[in-house]
Design a binder for this molecule. Sequence first.
Ligand SMILES: [Zn+2]
Length: 614
Amino acid sequence: MVRDALVEEIRERAEIVELLGEFTSLKRSGRTWRGPCPLHGGEGPNFSVDPARGLFKCFVCGEGGDVFAFFMKHLGLDFPSAVRHVATRSGIEVPEDREVREDPWGPLREVVAFAEEWFRDRLHDESEGRAARRYLAERGFEDEEIERFGLGWAPDQWRALREAAKARGIDDEPLLETGLLATSESAEEPYDRFRGRLIFPIHDLRDRAIAFGGRILKSDADGIPKYINSPESPIFHKGRTLYGLGWARHEIRRKDASLLCEGYMDVMALHRGGFRTAVAPLGTSLTHEQAELLGRYGRKVFLLYDSDAAGLKATFRAGDTLLAAGVHPMVVSLPAGEDPDSLLQQTGPEALGELLDDAVDVLERKLQILERQGYLESIEGRRRAVDGLLSTLRSVKDPALRDLYLGRAAERTGVRRDTLVSEVAREQAREAVPRSWRHSGETESGAQGRDPDPMQTFGSEADVAAERGLLLLILRDPTLVERSMERGLDASHFREPGYRSIYVALQAAGPERDSGLLASALGGSDAELLERLVDDSTELMHPGDVYDGALRRLLNRDQLDRLRQIDRELELADEEQARSLLVEKAGIAKLLREAGVSLSFVRNLARPGTQTVR
Ligand SMILES: [Zn+2]
């Protein structure tokens, strides 16, 4: 498959007009180039080269194919030699020891091509495809577009495709391998994966179908996913494929920019509206490979995601991925509740064109949001704002852009540039926590503690460990429930929802509890969490000390949080601010020490006056 990818890359990067133009004189004629055929030695302009599709064709002798086929036919090379020849001419190095083979997946491709045609025929069938055609007409699709996007219809039957394939002599195996058939324990025979769905073929860069997306048509289809895709297969790698890139890439190259949107419908709507650089990832967030692929065609990407909170989060995540691939992301702000499809239907292409003109750089967009939410007004806010910017600043690969970003972030947040530089470089050290107390993905909030989103609450692994440890001890020693309650521990001191529920249940059950009853009172994931705690056999050397330490920690958590926060604010503070922060810090530390809380984890805890201000 690595070989296959290399061959694809060579084919993709070869300038077919230039390479073939050495053997005949080609002149531009619309989208293609025409000249006399060097293969049969013709004189009229019957030999056509299509750079967009990477193909040639002679209308007299009928020869045709891709750039490799030309050299095989014209120079009599075998496939590996043709590939090496084209690679050399295109400035791509092929390691000597690397075996170059022809596509080993031909049979699978044929099966997918058969299915594509069969789905298309179902859509155009007078009675079978009626509902689907009506749906497409309602969404504004013209026949020409249905044809261009290769849309089809999968009938709502269990084995229609399988039967049709069988009649063509295609057995189950390649259909299973390409995910067109599925199996399940309750079904005796494999069945069609796509049923009652509108079909969007997914093409590779050579315009060959490699997979399908399917959208359900029934509006009463409860509990069934609206969209499904073909699974990964030897010819389909979701994370390396972008929907629409085959149609869009030449325009992307011309404009040096692409439009990244969320789904099939958006891509089709955008192309229909004249925005021919639109592509979409396939139902997942943008991968690094997809970002690199896009970057090969254009250095700028306009992100056209929904403007709700989830869309914004996806936008910034994609932005970081693009920056890491050396691509420059711009954010387009769609009106609330609109997607490209709905926007184009309601207000037409001009309105979207204006939004594209107003697109802002991804860092600028973050700064706008932070400013609008008031983060840049106080030192606490600025600290969190810087946290929100760090992932973007860390991702930028392009040195010139990084320089620009650091300057801009410093200017807008008022934080010194060299402070930002060291923040970007710093790997936040994890707080030291007893290993056995680390929760292993059993609670939902961020133990990683470094979510770049300033709107997220900021959690500490040590605190989660304290909650967990305390519950472990209470579960082992039933008398500790009452003692904890007497010392003022109530449910609100637990911030992890699962741990809080367990403590509530323990309080209600009292000292004479039954863990079976406790589990059934909790139910669901909380019961599973309880089970894991009960099963935890970690030996504690001094359970009494551990209990006291954890209890104090939870009881004094607000102050502990403030201490940690002060440390972080100190990094951005000027001299005067630093002085008052240090006074506040010393005061809190004194109270905590008096309450018997261990402060060994707090950084830079010195008396005011001896602290050096950076
Ligand atoms: Zn010819």
